[in-house]
Design a protein around this ligand. Structure first.
Ligand SMILES: [Zn+2]
Length: 58
């Protein structure tokens, strides 16, 4: 499942990153953010915590 708010991937019912319960099975692509402060992708996506994120969520 992917969070619609921040794109984080989770197997639970709640987003571990932003706490949102607005999750969707409709996502594609995985990007792993290890160091958000030093990642162009993280900045582009507005990611501030390390983790696995979906590239596309709809
Ligand atoms: Zn989230």
């Amino acid at each position: 499942m992917a969070c619609r708010e921040c794109h984080a991937l989770t197997t639970g019912r709640k987003c571990p990153i932003c706490g949102s319960t607005d999750l969707t099975e409709n996502w594609s692509g995985i990007v792993v953010i290890l160091d958000p402060d030093d990642s162009e992708v993280a900045k582009k996506m507005g990611v501030s915590k390390p983790g696995r994120y979906a590239i596309e969520v709809w």
